[in-house]
Design a protein around this ligand. Structure first.
Ligand SMILES: [Zn+2]
Length: 345
């Protein structure tokens, strides 16, 4: 299988402050591990382009987009105690969303079978009218809208981040053509995602929330995917599957209480690939969301990458992350300019 990789060192420029868990080192740890395991050169690299304000408006209200830009232009600020905007954040958040759009484009054009989007800031808590929970613009929701713009009728979003993807749910709550399924820790930030939140209006039944008790392990997640999510996928028959891949379900993560292992992320990814092979020509785009233990995050992402590439065996990172934390995988190309760059939509 061929896998696209979208990432860039400009994603390091979004700065939440020195003590914040959503920090640039997250990407450095992933890059180091992808290089050390030999996964990096097996993927086809795509340079992200910033999403335009018009594209961001597919999901977000113009007043909110203007607000993020204004706060960044004025030197920075905060949307809430967890969610910060630095002077570069408006541009980098558009580049984060744009990375997901490039991935959808590459997959739908058939250039690659699937794609892995390694960007920050993350997106799944970003509501149409307001960012929150470390998220400014909703990368995965924008990807679904982008796919619809390209003629895809049914998009299935699976969100396995330990936190409920409330922003994504809100964006599609009344949309019957985007199925949102979230597995998340019950009674945990952002305290939404109850089982009875199932969509509304025409979208009723196209939202599936599976709140989980703490301590769930690989086998618990796989059983839920097989017994509850797979039938939902079959009934919906998607043309594209998007994954909000948050690795804060990892057993090492400080912001979640789940017990998923490195290889568990690979196994979950293989389930998604099986569904995609059955319904949508293998088309899968996985976007990074949370994941705050550097070793757990990098190990989980390495196993997602291995699975996307078709590896049957788990990837076992062996390197010492501390030795590689400053390493860049290669000379990543410059982003062209800072203004809105039109996509080929
Ligand atoms: Zn999370």
């Amino acid at each position: 299988m061929s896998t696209g990789l979208i990432t860039h060192d400009e994603y390091l420029l979004h700065d939440n402050g020195p003590l914040h868990p959503e920090r640039p080192q997250r990407l450095r740890a992933i890059w180091s591990t992808l290089v050390e395991t030999g996964l990096w050169p097996r993927m086809a690299y795509y340079k992200p382009r910033p999403a335009t304000a018009e594209q961001i408006a597919w999901v977000h209200e113009p007043e909110y987009i203007d607000h993020v830009r204004a706060v960044a232009d004025e030197g920075g600020g905060s949307l809430d105690p967890d969610t910060h905007i630095c002077p570069a954040s408006y541009r980098i958040a558009r580049l984060s969303a744009g990375g997901a759009l490039v991935a959808v484009e590459a997959v739908l054009e058939g250039e690659v079978d699937n794609a892995l989007v390694l960007t920050r800031p993350p997106g799944h808590h970003a509501r149409p009218s307001r960012g929150m929970g470390f998220c400014l613009f909703n990368n995965i929701a924008l990807s679904a809208r982008a796919a619809q713009q390209r003629g895809i009728e049914r998009v299935f979003i699976l969100d396995w981040d330990v936190h409920h993807g409330n922003g994504t749910q809100e964006a599609f709550y009344e949309d019957p053509n985007v199925f949102f399924c979230s597995l998340h820790q019950v009674n945990w930030y952002p305290f939404s995602g109850a089982e009875d939140e199932r969509g509304a209006g025409a979208g009723e039944g196209a939202t599936l929330n599976l709140p989980l008790r703490p301590g769930r392990r690989d086998a618990d997640y796989l059983q839920l995917l097989d017994e509850i999510v797979a039938p939902a996928v079959r009934a919906f028959s998607p043309e594209l599957i998007l994954v909000s891949a948050g690795q804060d379900t990892h057993e090492r993560d400080p912001l979640g209480q789940m017990r998923v292992t490195n290889s568990g992320f690979g196994q979950m990814t293989r389930r998604v690939l099986d569904w995609a092979a059955e319904f949508c020509q293998g088309r899968v785009v996985a976007c990074l969301e949370g994941g705050y233990d550097l070793e757990g995050l990098a190990g989980g992402v390495a196993n997602i990458a291995g699975a996307l590439l078709g590896d049957a065996e788990p990837t076992e990172p062996t390197g010492d992350l501390a030795d590689h934390r400053g390493q860049k995988p290669e000379n990543l190309p410059d982003i062209d300019g800072e203004d809105d760059v039109p996509h080929g939509w």
